[in-house]
Every structure is written in structure tokens, then in C-alpha cells.
Design a protein around this ligand. Structure first.
Ligand SMILES: [Zn+2]
Length: 348
């Protein structure tokens, strides 16, 4: 009897210890001095999650106050927003039987993948140094893919006839867009691998140059529409307002991404809320929101124009998207191996 009692009290202690372990899964955050260099961010002093914690800690930590939680939540919100948009579009469009809607489906799915990849990266990047590199490579692949999704929708619905008649532009718009999307992922990934904290300016130049080339290319049809309206008064319809807002929000996102404002003026004061990366996330989310707001209007307004063009097929719509994704995965695998070797030689 005594033995049974001893056993049961031992079980009780074990289960209390287990419960303690579970309740302490939200390990307290720490300061920048206590985390490896790779996790540090300029002008952020506190709120760092501890690396090398069990797997469950990182998803659970989105309910904890730390310096990445707003970055995760802003893009979880963006996933919800864009999924809601997809559902509302699916009530207006026949995604199954109408091939002219497939570019829209590819574009909006690519934006959802971008936000999923970004939330995942910010959630898990503190797990280990190797995971930090892998997570941000996945984030960059999301950026490239979304860029290509934008190329696809802008080409399908926003390109005016006078641009479409320029044969080299019509023929090269999607292939060059695909190349620039993969190159963007490649430039960002290379810069992440090549440079160590504190990052030199060259790292941002690599990243921003890749994104700029892709953006300048993909936005041509939208800028053309806006300029034509403001300068020539041509086709000033209900698409101009969302297209203009899209451009403005993207410029704002570029400002926050490159300026490190406001934390550079108040180091340590924007650790949890008000950091430029959080503003950057919000601006990108608003860019996407207005982008698809404009594109759906183009889809409805310009239907008779693009129905004169070749009918999209599943192959020529989703094939290039899959190819871009595949090439990005190859990049990630190559650079992941390089990062592994780099970390190994650093630890030896
Ligand atoms: Zn981010």
C-alpha cells in the first residue's frame, strides 16, 4: 500500500514538473548582449527571444511580448486580409472555368505565400544561427515569388494596348520578370550569407538593388496607367485611385526599410512597438491590398481588351510561377549548404 502511495506521489511530482516545464515554455526574453551576434538588430536593446529553445517555444512565443512579435502579427494579419480578398474575389470570378481569372489566382496566392513565409521567418528565426539563415532565405523566396505574381497580374490585366503593342515588351515582360524575381531572391540570399553583423552598407545595396530592378519592371503597366491619366487625361477611371495608393504605400515601405527610422533616433525605445520593420510590414500589406483592389477593377473594366489577347492556360499561368519557386528553392538549398559550412568553420 505504502509502495503504491509512494509511486503515486512520485507520479504527481513528475506531472507537476512536466506542467512546470510546459508553463515555463515562454522563456523570458533577454538583452542583445546575451544573444549571438547574428540575432542582434541595430538600435534594439531588449526583447530578444532565447535561441536553442524547444520547437514549441517559438510558435507559442507569438503570444509573448518580444521584439519580433509585432513583425509576426502584422503579416499574420496580412495573410487573413489577403485570404479574405481571395474568398471575396472567388464570389465574383469563376476561378475554375474562366481562364482569364487564373493570373489573378496566381497573383493573390503568391501574396499569401509571401506573408506566410514572412510570418514563419520572423517566428522561427531565433531558433538557431542556421535556422536564422534558412528562415530569411525563405522570406526572400516569398518576396521574389510575390514580385513574380505581381508581374503576372499586371501583365494580364493592367497593361494598356499601346504598351502591349510594343512587341519586345509584350514578349519579354514575363520572362524578364521571372529572371528578376529569382535574381532578387538570389541577391538577398547572397547578401545574407556574405555579410556579418554589424552589416556594412553593401548588404543593403545588394538587397535594395535586386528589389528595385524587379519593382521597376513589374510596376511599368501601373505607372503607365497613372501617368496617362494625370498627364494626358486618358482613362481616368476607378482604377487610378487604388493604383496611386499602391505606389504611395510602396514608396513608404522603401523609406522605412532603408532609413531605420524611428529607432535610430531613440535606440532601445522602439524594441517592442514602433520599429521601422513593423512600419515596413504594414506598408507592404497596404501596398498589396490596394494593388489587388486596382487589379480587380482592371479585370472587370478591361475585359473586352484582354479577351482579344491569347487566352491564358494553366500551363502558361502557373508553370512560370512554379519555375520561379523551383529556382528559388535551388538557391536556398545551395546557400543553406554554404551557410552550414561557414558556421561549421566559425565554430571550429
Ligand atoms: Zn520582415
Amino acid at each position: 500500500m505504502q509502495k503504491v502511495t509512494a509511486e503515486s506521489s512520485q507520479n504527481e511530482v513528475d506531472s507537476i514538473e512536466e506542467a512546470d516545464k510546459r508553463s515555463s515554455c515562454l522563456t523570458p526574453t533577454t538583452t542583445f548582449e546575451d544573444v549571438p551576434k547574428v540575432f542582434r538588430e541595430p538600435n534594439i536593446n531588449t526583447g530578444f527571444r532565447q535561441p536553442y529553445q524547444p520547437w514549441y517555444y517559438y510558435p507559442a512565443s507569438i503570444f509573448q511580448v518580444h521584439n519580433e512579435c509585432m513583425n509576426v502579427w502584422t503579416h499574420i494579419f496580412a495573410v487573413i486580409l489577403m485570404t479574405h480578398k481571395l474568398v471575396s474575389f472567388s464570389k465574383q470570378l469563376d476561378f475554375i472555368n474562366d481562364p482569364y481569372t487564373w493570373p489573378m489566382l496566381a497573383g493573390i496566392l503568391s501574396s499569401i505565400i509571401l506573408y506566410l513565409a514572412s510570418s514563419f521567418a520572423h517566428c522561427f528565426q531565433s531558433k538557431s544561427e542556421m535556422f536564422h539563415y534558412t528562415c530569411f532565405m525563405i522570406d526572400y523566396a516569398g518576396i521574389g515569388l510575390y514580385g513574380f505574381g505581381s508581374v503576372t497580374v499586371h501583365f494580364a490585366y493592367c497593361m494598356e494596348e499601346h504598351l502591349y503593342q510594343i512587341s519586345w515588351l509584350k514578349d519579354m515582360f514575363v520572362p524578364v520578370g521571372g529572371f528578376l524575381a529569382v535574381a532578387t531572391c538570389g541577391c538577398c540570399t547572397y547578401a545574407k550569407y556574405r555579410y556579418q553583423r554589424p552589416y556594412p552598407r553593401a548588404r543593403k545595396v545588394w538587397q535594395v538593388t535586386g528589389v528595385c530592378f524587379l519593382y521597376i519592371w513589374l510596376i511599368i503597366p501601373v505607372v503607365d496607367q497613372v501617368f496617362n491619366c494625370f498627364i494626358n487625361g486618358f482613362r481616368c477611371d476607378d482604377t487610378i485611385s487604388p493604383h496611386t495608393k499602391q505606389l504611395a504605400w510602396f514608396l513608404a515601405s522603401g523609406f522605412f526599410y532603408t532609413s531605420d527610422i524611428p529607432q535610430r533616433f531613440w535606440p532601445g525605445k522602439c524594441d517592442f512597438i514602433g520599429h521601422s520593420h513593423q512600419f515596413f510590414h504594414v506598408c507592404i500589406m497596404m501596398t498589396t491590398f490596394f494593388q489587388f483592389d486596382g487589379v480587380i477593377r482592371d479585370l472587370h473594366n478591361e475585359r473586352d481588351v484582354f479577351e482579344q489577347r491569347p487566352t491564358p492556360t494553366l500551363w502558361n499561368t502557373f508553370g512560370p510561377v512554379a519555375l520561379v519557386l523551383l529556382l528559388e528553392i535551388v538557391f536556398i538549398i545551395i546557400f543553406r549548404e554554404k551557410c552550414k559550412k561557414k558556421l561549421k568553420s566559425k565554430n571550429e
